[in-house]
Write a protein that binds this ligand. Structure first.
Ligand code: NAD
Ligand code: MG
Length: 394
């Protein structure tokens, strides 16, 4: 039985994690839940799962929730702030932290969870992009497990089972291509937020949906795979596969290619992570190859001249150090500004490129520690916000 603390339980991954836990109450206990500010959803989850502890980042909302729980006679303890997330990730009564917070905010509690000996089931790819060089050695040092939830990484992980790491030649990471697949730069100038939020195959939170439209999601996933599987970014190819049936492939040194297939749903990758090394029950309607084949399975290269953030991810991923940290932070700032209607679609890319370029002289000389990662994240956001509030809108 896994004893779970679910960070970001009110989001898309958080809710699907609870769907897995709901189906198998004898396999999981839900000991702690957290969110940013959506206390209505969190309250319902608490009523159903009765965790010992919960945490809400927003202090006012945390107090409101505590009042509601008290009135209902529910004894769940309510914590707040970033310290609340850390406490929840390090509780004695848990053995597994599900990292389903969006963005860099997910790194700190995951880092502390590892320090206190918890296994990590990770959806929050930004943790590995910004801090993979610290997180993965710590995972090994503490002898805990890093269980990937991101669907491509789950697919790669499943394909790698039983293979020797030296036999891995390349990773072929699949991408749906997002809503703007096949568009030219000129066409991207005029896309709307509504178009960008309409993903063709996956239903996800706002930030990752925009990352899928810019293809930065694939850029982040290349760096995520590099850290998880110890392979250089230049050995990871992006394969655009609009049907999202194959979730990724590996090529072995003898040329054999292994793929993992399934429906475009995160329930299965979450289940694979949480049951590892066992296999759980079938929760989704079974994958039917005949149904999947009604639309042909197709494969295309990714046009990195159009979706330039993918190229930048290869570059920053290869450089390592604090380069991916800066790229990730600038992207988060730009995506937030885009979701708030402050900038245009291609301004996301412009903000990220300009932030990485202008912080280059500083970060190239800095050592990589958890402190420099946190400071660099802050500095890059300030830089990106200045660009957003000034230069770009002019
Ligand atoms: P979401 O926006 O739906 O949910 C995010 C969750 O994090 C919410 O519970 C929210 O309250 C919480 N949160 C937001 N800011 C926070 C903060 N500062 N501190 C603490 N909690 C905070 O996002 P999502 O789509 O579920 O994605 C979560 C993570 O999983 C992302 O890193 C994403 O890239 C990754 N992921 C998502 C999917 C998917 O299908 N949704 C697939 C693969 C990977
Ligand atoms: Mg993914």
């Amino acid at each position: 039985m896994r004893k779970l603390s679910i960070l970001g339980s009110t989001g898309s991954i958080g809710k699907q994690t609870l769907e897995v836990a709901r189906k198998a109450p004898s396999d999981f206990t839900v000991e702690a839940l957290t969110c940013g500010s959506d206390i209505d959803t969190l309250y319902e989850q608490i009523v159903e799962f009765r965790p010992k502890v919960c945490s809400v980042v927003n202090e006012k909302k945390a107090m409101e929730l505590a009042d509601r729980l008290k009135s209902a006679g529910i004894g769940t303890e309510v914590l707040t702030g970033s310290e609340g997330n850390i406490t929840v990730a390090t509780l004695d009564c848990i053995d597994t932290v599900v990292g389903a917070i969006v963005g860099f905010a997910g790194l700190e509690p995951v880092y502390h969870g590892i320090l206190s000996g918890k296994d990590i089931a990770l959806a929050n790819k930004e943790t590995l992009v910004a801090g993979g060089d610290i997180i993965m050695p710590l995972i090994r040092e503490k002898g805990v497990m890093m269980l990937p939830i991101d669907s491509e990484h789950s697919a790669i992980w499943q394909c790698l089972k039983g293979e020797k790491s030296e036999d891995l030649d390349r990773i072929l990471i699949t991408a749906s291509g997002g809503p703007f697949r096949g568009m030219s730069r000129e066409e991207l100038e005029n896309v709307t937020l509504e178009n960008a939020l309409h993903h063709p195959t996956w239903n996800m939170g706002g930030k990752i949906t925009i990352d899928s439209a810019t293809m930065m999601n694939k850029g982040l996933e290349i760096i995520e795979a590099h850290h998880l599987y110890g392979i250089s970014c230049s050995k990871i190819d992006v394969v655009v596969h609009p049907q999202s049936v194959i979730h990724s492939m590996i090529r072995l040194k003898d040329g054999s290619v292994l793929a993992q297939m399934g429906k475009p749903s995160m329930v299965l990758p979450i289940e694979v992570a949480l049951y590892y090394p066992e296999r759980g029950p079938s929760i989704l309607k079974e994958f039917d190859p005949f149904e999947a084949a009604t639309s042909k399975l197709t494969f295309e290269p990714c046009d990195t001249e159009v979706f330039r953030l993918v190229k930048l991810a290869y570059e920053t991923g290869d450089k390592g150090g604090l380069y991916p940290t800066v790229m990730n932070a600038a992207n988060e700032s730009a995506v937030n500004a885009y979701l708030a209607g402050k900038i245009k679609f291609l301004d996301i890319e412009k903000t990220v490129f300009e932030t990485v370029e202008s912080m280059d002289p500083v970060i190239s000389k800095m050592d990589l520690t958890i402190e420099t990662i946190e400071q660099t994240d802050k500095d890059a956001r300030i830089h990106a916000d200045e660009l957003i509030n000034g230069k770009i809108s002019k």
